[in-house]
Design a protein around this ligand. Structure first.
Ligand code: MLT
Length: 312
């Protein structure tokens, strides 16, 4: 009987789904790299979210390991090169948490442009600072979306009700233009200089270098807001902090950080930034979706050699 290790906390449905098809499952979370190295040999599959860093040493030690499943989209916590070298497949669950991430992005945008976090604190403190919290509206504004995968598609559906001009920078959009007639495909430069709100929904760059740095901030509208619920290293955080402090842009909302868990960060305590701790995909619904989807995929692979959502 194949054995699966779940090494991050996730919905119980992941375990139940696999046990229903007679696969043995252990759930052991918060393990160190050394602890994982010691036990990984006992398993045919490993299922993670983002907390477990699936390193070269762990993969090399998993002599029986056939597949790693990521309950989520991003696989930057898995060493894909080592997985390939060891003939270990990597699967993820594209789309399963996309609506949650799109809704959180919209929540961040609205919180930011209507000053909700800071107005909330002020009102709780008995101040009545009505004059300090004048916001702006989304209607007639231009939103620039960087990357056009499942999250962007869901976000555009949500934005339909807001009467916005949507522009996007993405290679994949160019091949799918007919499906999205109302979204204008533009260059990164055009997007940077024309957007009132810029939101990131792309993967981290392969070389790890930030896509957005001080040169880009200098070309943005001074009234622009930037949102990042994709990956922390897409934006240079020091440059973002400078851009906010020098009034090159007006505000930012950030759900992801270059180093997570983010216990310290240059953006902490900057009043122009709304921060959340990588929770864009943390809804009950999305966590059920990712857990069910990855366990079904892993089960089908272990029992029937069916390959779905393979990441290369
Ligand atoms: C993802 O990559 O799916 C999201 O960032 C959420 C997560 O890390 O689980």
């Amino acid at each position: 009987m194949p054995k699966v290790l779940i090494s991050d906390s996730m919905s119980d449905l992941a375990k139940k789904t696999l046990e229903n098809i007679n696969i043995d499952v252990d759930v052991k979370t918060d393990l160190s790299e050394e602890e994982l190295i010691k036990i990984i040999n006992d398993y045919d599959a490993l299922i993670v979210r983002s907390a477990t860093k699936v390193t070269k040493k762990i993969i090399n030690s998993g002599k029986n390991l056939k597949v790693i499943g990521r309950a989520g989209a991003g696989v930057d916590n898995i060493d894909l090169i080592s997985a390939k070298e060891n003939n270990v497949l990597v699967m993820n669950t594209p789309g399963a948490n996309a609506n949650a991430t799109a809704e959180h992005t919209l929540a961040l945008i609205l919180s930011l442009i209507r000053n909700i976090p800071i107005a909330n604190t002020s009102t709780h403190n008995g101040k009545w600072e009505k004059k300090n919290f004048k916001g702006i509206e989304l209607s007639k504004k231009t939103i620039g979306i960087i990357g056009f995968g499942n999250v962007s598609i869901n976000l555009c559906k949500l934005l339909n009700g807001f009467d916005m001009n949507i522009i996007a920078f993405s290679n994949s959009l160019n091949n799918r233009k007919k499906e999205f007639p109302n979204i204008k495909s533009v260059s990164l430069e055009e997007l940077i200089s024309n957007s009132d709100i810029i939101t990131m929904h792309c993967k981290a760059t392969k070389d790890g270098k930030p896509l957005i740095n001080i040169d880009h901030f200098r070309k943005m509208k001074k009234t622009a807001y930037i949102i990042n619920a994709a990956r922390g290293n897409i934006i240079n955080e020091n440059d973002l902090n400078t851009a906010l402090n020098e009034n090159l842009i007006t505000g930012a909302a950030i759900d992801v950080f270059s180093k997570e868990p983010a216990e310290s960060n240059v953006l902490f305590n900057n009043p122009k930034v709304v921060l959340t701790p990588h929770i864009a995909a943390s809804t009950k619904e999305a966590q059920v979706n990712v857990a069910t989807m990855i366990s079904e995929q892993i089960g089908n692979y272990l029992l029937n050699k069916q390959q779905v959502n393979i990441v290369k």
